[in-house]
Design a protein around this ligand. Structure first.
Ligand SMILES: N[C@@H](CCC(=O)N[C@@H](CS)C(=O)NCC(=O)O)C(=O)O
Length: 202
């Protein structure tokens, strides 16, 4: 399998999941602006959506959308515990978190990365993020991971997007449980290895 990624982007989440699950993954870096992969391929031809993460299966079939890719990888190694079994209530709770992170956090960060976003929009988006983070802070004040004691794909995703806070100068000092979570997850060997291979840490 091959994961198309950009360093530190949302593709870090499935990258972490693959390493946590022990799934061998070929990596191909994508220049998000030029839409070219590091081997010179036209990325639009690989994924017409033009974004990472994109997973190419060994059959050549393409899978897109981070929450789906992460669940697909987790389901290859059910014993990893990275996703509860399909059809169970905990799996729906996992998808509840994935949907929340995808639509309420991830896509709220996106305009903050654009230099031409007006200051008023930046302020409003940061306030929105803080409101949405409060719910997760309350969860993480009671348990180490979003679903309880077990690290799952939702934690990989939350860790990935929350890492963006310092790049966009979002002050998360009012969220101590979330900050402890970031530290805890960042210290996991698979998480560190994924970040190192993307050149994010030494
Ligand atoms: N709906 C997609 C969005 C993916 C996405 O926003 N990817 C960003 C990086 S975090 C990207 O590749 N942006 C480049 C672009 O849209 O041109 C998902 O959840 O996987």
């Amino acid at each position: 399998m091959k994961l198309y990624y950009s360093p530190g982007a949302c593709s870090l989440a499935p990258h972490i999941v693959a390493l946590e699950a022990g799934i061998p993954l070929q990596l191909e870096k994508v220049d998000g602006k030029a839409k070219r992969t590091e081997s010179g391929a036209d990325f639009w031809q690989i994924n017409p959506k033009g974004y990472v993460p994109t997973l190419e299966l060994d059959s050549g079939e393409i899978l897109t959308e981070g929450p789906v890719i992460s669940q697909y990888l987790a389901d290859q190694m059910p014993a990893s515990g990275l996703a509860p079994a399909n059809g169970t209530l905990p799996r729906y709770h996992l998808q509840e978190f994935l949907g929340y992170i995808n639509s309420e956090l991830h896509k709220t960060y996106s305009p903050l990365f654009k230099p031409d976003t007006p200051e008023a929009t930046r302020t409003e988006r940061k306030e929105y993020l803080k409101r949405r983070y409060q719910l997760l802070e309350n969860v993480l004040a009671k348990q180490p991971f979003l679903l309880g004691e077990q690290f799952t794909v939702a934690d990989a995703y939350l860790f990935t997007v929350t890492n963006w806070a310092r790049h966009v100068e979002l002050d998360l000092s009012g969220f101590p449980a979330l900050q402890a979570f970031q530290k805890r997850v960042g210290e996991r060997p698979a998480v560190h290895a994924a970040m190192k291979s993307e050149g994010l840490v030494k």
